[in-house]
Design a protein around this ligand. Sequence first.
Ligand SMILES: Cc1cc2nc3c(=O)[nH]c(=O)nc-3n(C[C@H](O)[C@H](O)[C@H](O)COP(=O)(O)OP(=O)(O)OC[C@H]3O[C@@H](n4cnc5c(N)ncnc54)[C@H](O)[C@@H]3O)c2cc1C
Length: 319
Amino acid sequence: MSTLVFLEHHEGELLKPSLGVLSKAADLGGDVAGVVLGSGVRELAAGAGAYGASKVYVADKPELEKPLPQPRVDALAALIGEQGFDTVLFAATVLSADVAAALSARLSAGLNWDLTDLVQQDGSLIGKRPALGDSVLVDVGWTNEPRLALIRSGTFDPKETGGEAQVEEFDVQFEDFSLGATMIEQAHAESEGPSIEDADVIVAGGRGLGSPENFKLVEELAQALGGAVAATRAVVDAGWYPYATQVGQTGKTVSPKLYIACGISGAIQHKVGMQSSGVIVAINKDPNAPIFEFCDLGVVGDLHEIVPKLTELVRQRKS
Ligand SMILES: Cc1cc2nc3c(=O)[nH]c(=O)nc-3n(C[C@H](O)[C@H](O)[C@H](O)COP(=O)(O)OP(=O)(O)OC[C@H]3O[C@@H](n4cnc5c(N)ncnc54)[C@H](O)[C@@H]3O)c2cc1C
């Protein structure tokens, strides 16, 4: 097996999830190399040796300064073509998911994503992928090479083994279309209060809110309770609320002490992300909404009347 691990970096450091994937690749055996792409990143490459890379390839180019996928796809496609890696691993992030998907299309190579383990079984590489709301693990494989895999972020801890990597620079010819996109701005989202992963109380809003402006109802209740605001995919997809707040199968899994669902139907894909909450309260005007089948306390009624009253009561109690 000859494996290439895409090593992502931020503010002058290789990211831990990438180094964890590198350590896992080293455990699996064979030739393991890393690749660092960026501008002013030569110094970073050698550090990967300590985590199991015998070689680290570097493309240090101004075109790779911004975290845009297509120039990275050019670089990886060229390197894989030259060196003939049979396996290419990525720790899942927004950028690496874009890069892996585009590389899969460019090379007509199979991509398995959201893997939580990789094992050698009867001489073949097998990926383990959680399915059905993480309740089962599915074995997945590849029918051709290179085998591309995105590993769920944080699955593997980096293991420092103290080795040294040979660093080799390589040149990249960029396709015109790969340089067509420019990044105009990159900013960190500022948020007040606890994040949904850490909050003891979550107030979640769904399509029943009726409009993005009505999210202020859940925000006010969350603020009164010292909690965080979450959302369903339906409202995130509609652009009503940020993706980072999505709870469910394709969002985050949360388990606060109290989860208040406002105008949420309780679809299975939402349920799997919040079912382990301590107490689930549902406010929904439809008595047949599925959420009433698994909540601890259900209120049938119009959230526009109930939520402001609840917020007011909480504020009164607190004062
Ligand atoms: C592959 C896949 C992955 C998915 N991943 C996720 C995921 O991660 N997270 C997720 O949330 N969804 C996910 N979904 C979508 C999911 O199937 C549902 O479509 C979504 O959860 C529904 O969101 P909702 O409850 O906000 O909207 P709806 O299902 O439209 O429900 C709105 C609810 O609001 C109630 N309501 C309306 N007006 C009021 C009012 N005035 N007062 C009180 N109640 C009111 C209605 O009775 C209704 O029950 C996924 C779907 C697929 C296919």
